[in-house]
Design a binder for this molecule. Structure first.
Ligand SMILES: CC(=O)SCCNC(=O)CCNC(=O)[C@H](O)C(C)(C)COP(=O)(O)OP(=O)(O)OC[C@H]1O[C@@H](n2cnc3c(N)ncnc32)[C@H](O)[C@@H]1OP(=O)(O)O
Ligand SMILES: CC(=O)C(=O)O
Ligand SMILES: [Mg+2]
Length: 352
């Protein structure tokens, strides 16, 4: 047997560590806003970021120079204490350095021991397989026990190696700490030897071409989405495990239109949220990952047409049944969650 028995799966991994969660907390996580915590100027904006974003993340990994790793770690701990995250209802996460780096151990131990009460989620980069989650799981349980934490810290893995991709289901199922998985399109592209220098999004050379025209006129062609397979597979793995899938970074900060389209594709395929690297991407994510008022109103008409969720009904010429009731419930539940945080959208969802 290579897996734990069902009863053991939910036992704490260290004496004195909190019980693992059986159900994930239901939280609005439309965007995970990345903050470089070593920069005093940006760190000073954290309270403002916490007003705007659903999740604020202190990034310790890539994009933080090697000589600023200690300062970033100090800054992350300071961020944890800057506001009462739980009272505010904003998630506080940190992306630590990879398990094979010289920084992982200190990143995790200091975060858990010094900011463990504030920290909701540790984001683990470059996860290769369930063994990475198991190692971090045991280590964090030891630290939680030492810190006397009452609430377990959750894990979020980044899918950014071919091996991680091949084992994505096992990663998603590795521990009750797993909260979700994000696509890491930059590292994944490099590991797969994809020929791109972009961080996410489409590529003008990745396309299909129409058949030749008899008159020799120019053939139509259309760009394709190089991330479709990866995102769809990640969503399936996450939903199999009852956790959440997220798009990752969109690196062309200036191209808000392409960013919005990439986010929307991920939203439609089942992702709960995305990353925002720059303040301008917070608004884009908010717009995309909150359901549109028209969709919410139609979804609620479906729910009203079939109060017990069974049977068949016609709405505007479209057949509705138990399955579309479930689709409608996904949208309506998300709208309820958004409404708790966003009075303007709540009004738009309630308007006739
Ligand atoms: C592949 C991956 O791993 S992706 C994850 C790793 N990468 C990151 O985390 C990058 C995070 N983002 C950033 O570091 C920055 O946004 C950059 C480097 C991309 C661009 O920064 P800048 O060139 O300073 O952007 P810009 O000049 O438009 O910034 C406008 C303002 O927003 C601030 N700002 C920029 N990014 C952020 C941020 N992530 N959070 C809060 N404030 C920010 C700037 O400090 C600036 O403030 P100011 O007007 O008071 O001077
Ligand atoms: C998200 C990330 O780390 C990457 O794209 O490599
Ligand atoms: Mg990466």
């Amino acid at each position: 047997m290579s897996q734990k028995t069902p009863r053991n799966f939910f036992k704490p991994l260290a004496i004195g560590a909190p019980d693992p969660m059986r159900e994930l907390p239901i939280r609005l996580e439309r965007m995970i806003h990345f903050v470089p915590p070593h920069l005093d100027k940006v760190r000073a904006k954290v309270p403002q970021m916490a007003d705007q974003a659903d999740v604020v993340l202190a990034n310790l990994e890539d994009a933080i120079p090697a000589d600023a790793k200690d300062a970033a770690r100090d800054g992350a701990i300071e961020m944890g204490k800057m506001i009462d995250w739980q009272a505010k209802g904003t998630g506080f996460w940190s992306r630590v350095n990879p398990l094979n780096s010289p920084w992982f151990q200190e990143d995790v131990s200091r975060l858990v021991l010094e900011a463990g009460e504030q920290l909701d989620v540790i984001m683990l980069p470059k996860v290769e397989g369930p063994w990475d989650i198991h190692f971090a799981d045991q280590y964090v349980a030891q630290l939680e026990a030492k810190a006397g934490l009452k609430r377990p810290i959750l894990f979020h893995a980044i899918l950014e190696t071919a091996q991680g991709m091949a084992l994505v289901e096992e990663i998603a199922l590795a521990s009750p700490r797993m909260q979700g998985i994000s696509l890491g399109p930059a590292d994944l592209a490099a590991d797969r030897k994809m020929k791109t220098t972009r961080v996410g999004g489409g590529h003008p050379y990745y396309r299909v071409v129409d058949d030749p025209n008899e008159d020799g006129s120019k053939r139509e062609s259309a760009q394709q989405d190089p991330w479709h397979y990866t995102i769809a597979r990640m969503v399936d793995a996450c939903r199999l495990a009852g956790i959440n899938a997220f798009y990752g970074p969109f690196g062309d900060i200036a191209d808000s239109e392409a960013c919005e389209q990439q986010f929307r594709n991920a939203f439609l395929l089942g992702c709960s949220g995305t990353w925002s690297l720059h303040p301008s991407q917070i608004e884009i994510a908010k717009r995309v990952f909150s359901p549109a008022p028209d969709e919410v109103k139609f979804a609620r008409r479906i729910l009203e047409a079939m109060p017990d969720g069974t049977g068949v009904a016609m709405l505007d010429g479209k057949m509705q049944d138990d399955a579309t009731w479930k689709q409608a419930k996904v949208i309506s539940d998300l709208a309820d969650l958004v409404s708790e945080k966003d009075p303007e959208l709540a009004k738009a969802y309630a308007a006739d």
